[in-house]
Structure formats: structure tokens, C-alpha cells
Design a protein around this ligand. Structure first.
Ligand SMILES: [Ca+2]
Ligand SMILES: [Ca+2]
Ligand SMILES: [Ca+2]
Length: 312
């Protein structure tokens, strides 16, 4: 696992170099999915508080807002803007943006209220913050994208509340704990592509048929994963966990309700416990390294499955 962390750091530095020429122009990764959604509107207030918190506050319309980073005259800047092509206003003005020196921001707190909101952090090539990043997306079908090469030098908190939500992290680094709560609804959480979560990881996808994909990434602290009631799908694929991991799949009761847990090509340096809880649940494990004998309970079927095909 060490190899890809090193590689990621180098790629990150390279990215920083290329961004020094000015504002990024070509949308990458997450921003494509941001653009795909239309009908955004409303107003988002953005300002930096006296203690250096970048406050981003939406309204009950569907807001689409992103924080990106670029370097101007040797000074790193954070850039709050609406998603390309949409009509979300920033501080009451269509097409407006807030640009602040990155050094003046000690944390970011975004609160987007009702509506089907999207929040992107570094969708155009990555951004970093010298402190926490906290997102509260309110009700509605919300989407959070933590873009490639992003760094959160503090705690990452994502709360998407009720509604069918999507949370996506890719090639991101978080130096402190990561807490993801997606509330009720059919939620989808992805942590992928050399994401390195150095602190503890807590994920609770709440009630509803949820999908969780942890892939090609590493967690330095303990991991506690809960998928709540209803039929859930959890894929743990090419992951490295330094500390204890516990997965609770919640009750899946009723006609054709069951949870699926697929764990493959992963390394567990601490203990591993998986509990299917109620329901006719399915467990599959292949090519893993467990330093401690795994504890697996309340699964009714052990069958060979291809998690990637089930994940939609
Ligand atoms: Ca909103
Ligand atoms: Ca919302
Ligand atoms: Ca939800």
C-alpha cells in the first residue's frame, strides 16, 4: 500500500505545479457529474468569519457550489463558485465568486439546507484546507464530491440527511477523523482510488437501500461502518486497514430483503468483525490478509459474488 501513497504525493505535487499558471479551465472528475445535473438555483452566502472559517450557506432551493484552488502570483487561493453553467447565485449575484487566500482559511463549514444540493471540494484538480471540512446538506437528493488530490488537514464531516444522497471521495487525504452520515433514503457512498484516511473512519448510511464501496484506499485509524435497516450492499475491495474494522449491516426484513458484504484483496492489521444482523444475508471473502482471525456472524449464505457488478 505504501507505493501508491508515495505515488499520490508525487502526483499531487505535479498537479499543484500545473495549477500555478492560473485558474483551471478544464473540469475534471467530479465536476463532470456536477454539470450533469441541472435545475440548480437559489442563493449561497459565502464569507470568512473572524476566526477564519469559510462559511458557505445555501437556501432551500437546489444549490450547486464548489470550492476549488489555484495559485496566483505565488499565493494559493481558495475559490468559491457556482457549478459551471448553473444559476446558483453567490452572495446574491449570478456568476459571482468569492476568492480568499488559502492561508486565511482555518476550516470550511458548508450548510446547504433543503433542495437537491451539490457540494464539490476540489472538483477541478483538487483543493486543500488547513483545518476541518464540514458539510451539512439538509434534506433532498444531495451530492458531495471530494475531488482528486484534495487534502483536508483536519476532520472531515459529511451529513447528507434524508433523501437519496451520493458521497464520493477520490484520491483524497484526510489527516484527522472522517465521519459520514447519509441519513434515510437510498444512499451511495464511494471512497476510492488511493484515498488515505489517516484518522478513524465512521460511516452510517441509515435506513434505506444503501450502497457502500471502499476501494483501493487506506484507513489509519479504526473503522466503524453501519448501513442501517433495509437491503444494503457493501464492497471492500483492495483496502488496507491499520486498525480494527467493524461492519454492521442492519436488519433486512421483508420480501426479498437481504444485505450483501463482499471483502476481497484487502489487508486487516487489526481485528475484523462483520455482523449481517437480521435477514438472509450474503457474505463473500477472497484473497484477504487478516492478522487476527475475523469474526463473521449472522450471514446465511456464503457465495461467490462480483461486487463491482452489483454496485450500480
Ligand atoms: Ca439548498
Ligand atoms: Ca439538501
Ligand atoms: Ca440520505
Amino acid at each position: 500500500m505504501k507505493a501508491f501513497w508515495t505515488k499520490t504525493t508525487r502526483q499531487s505535487e505535479k498537479k499543484q505545479e500545473t495549477r500555478r499558471s492560473g485558474l483551471p479551465t478544464r473540469p475534471q472528475l467530479g465536476m463532470e457529474s456536477l454539470e450533469a445535473r441541472e435545475l440548480y438555483a437559489g442563493n449561497v452566502l459565502a464569507s470568512v468569519s473572524s476566526v477564519g472559517t469559510l462559511l458557505i450557506t445555501g437556501d432551500n432551493s437546489s444549490n450547486c457550489v464548489a470550492v476549488d484552488q489555484y495559485t496566483d502570483g505565488g499565493v494559493k487561493k481558495l475559490w468559491v463558485h457556482a457549478c459551471p453553467g448553473d444559476t446558483t447565485k453567490i452572495n446574491g449575484v449570478l456568476g459571482a465568486q468569492l476568492i480568499v487566500p488559502k492561508g486565511a482559511v482555518k476550516g470550511i463549514s458548508a450548510s446547504l439546507a433543503g433542495g437537491d444540493d451539490t457540494f464539490g471540494f476540489g472538483p477541478q484538480g483538487g483543493a486543500s484546507v488547513d483545518g476541518f471540512l464540514s458539510m451539512s446538506m439538509g434534506s433532498g437528493k444531495d451530492q458531495v464530491d471530494i475531488g482528486a488530490y484534495s487534502e483536508i488537514n483536519g476532520k472531515l464531516s459529511i451529513n447528507t440527511s434524508s433523501g437519496d444522497d451520493k458521497v464520493h471521495l477520490e484520491v483524497a487525504t484526510v489527516t484527522s477523523n472522517t465521519v459520514i452520515n447519509t441519513g434515510s433514503g437510498k444512499d451511495k457512498v464511494e471512497v476510492k482510488s488511493a484515498t488515505y484516511l489517516k484518522g478513524h473512519l465512521y460511516i452510517d448510511t441509515g435506513t434505506g437501500t444503501d450502497q457502500l464501496h471502499l476501494q483501493n484506499s487506506a484507513v489509519g485509524g479504526t473503522s466503524l461502518i453501519k448501513t442501517g435497516d433495509d437491503s444494503d450492499l457493501v464492497c471492500i475491495d483492495h483496502m488496507a486497514f491499520d486498525k480494527a474494522v467493524e461492519v454492521y449491516l442492519g436488519d433486512a426484513t421483508g420480501f426479498l430483503a437481504f444485505d450483501v458484504l463482499d471483502v476481497h484483496d484487502s489487508t486487516f492489521k487489526g481485528s475484523f468483525k462483520a455482523d449481517g444482523e437480521a435477514g438472509g444475508d450474503i457474505y463473500d471473502a477472497d484473497n484477504n490478509t487478516f492478522n487476527v482471525a475475523p469474526v463473521v456472524m449472522n450471514f446465511e449464505s456464503y457465495v461467490d459474488i462480483d461486487c463491482d457488478k452489483l454496485f450500480s
